[in-house]
Design a binder for this molecule. Structure first.
Ligand SMILES: [Fe+2]
Ligand SMILES: [Fe+2]
Length: 187
């Protein structure tokens, strides 16, 4: 099984690919056709789903390990979960039909790239040294498995504490899935 860095890195690559594609456009102002706008909406929904799962799983499993294993773990985890909270607040407002959409999307793209950079350069190197192979593999499995039941919407009002997320998580995820089914989102 892939270790935690491989699992998270695959997510980051996928998110960065989606950000680049959304950034490239075309958007409404740059003359996108109705079909292209529909695709842009779909891509945005996919981005929200991937991001929501990824950050929720980091909050449940990754940051507690960072707090436990790194001397400056609390500072790093606080900083990162603060960034994740900001991102969730933007994601929760991101609606492809809205006049503010492109502006919010632009904000999100910048924030998300910075956040990914922060995790990969300020957190991962130290944690790679601090975790042994078994623990890194175990954490990778937990996160990969958690994908199946992770929330698919951002939930900015759920506090980013592992306990709150684990308690609210399955209920929120089930409610998200029910809403996804009704709206045809995520197909
Ligand atoms: Fe994150
Ligand atoms: Fe991440």
């Amino acid at each position: 099984m892939a270790d935690v860095f491989t699992v998270l890195s695959q997510d980051h690559q996928e998110v960065k690919r989606m950000l680049a594609e959304l950034e490239k456009g075309p958007s409404r102002v740059t003359g996108a056709s109705e079909d292209q706008l529909a695709l842009r909406k779909k891509m945005t929904q996919q981005l929200i789903i991937e991001e929501s799962k990824h950050e929720a799983l980091e909050e449940m499993y990754f940051w507690p390990v960072v707090r436990d294993h790194l001397p400056d773990g609390d500072t790093l985890a606080d900083q990162a979960t603060g960034q994740e909270q900001e991102a969730k607040e933007v994601l929760a407002k991101l609606d492809a039909g809205d006049a503010e959409f492109e502006k919010l999307l632009g904000t999100f793209i910048g924030t998300a790239r910075e956040h990914i950079g922060f995790e990969e350069t300020a957190v991962w190197p130290g944690l790679r040294t601090a975790l042994n192979t078994e623990r890194a593999a175990e954490l990778g499995t937990q996160i990969a498995e958690g994908k199946k039941t992770a929330p698919t919407r951002p939930h900015p009002h759920t506090p980013p504490s592992p306990a709150a997320l684990k308690a609210a998580g399955p209920v929120a995820a089930a409610a998200d899935k029910a809403r996804d089914a009704v709206t045809g989102r995520g197909d």
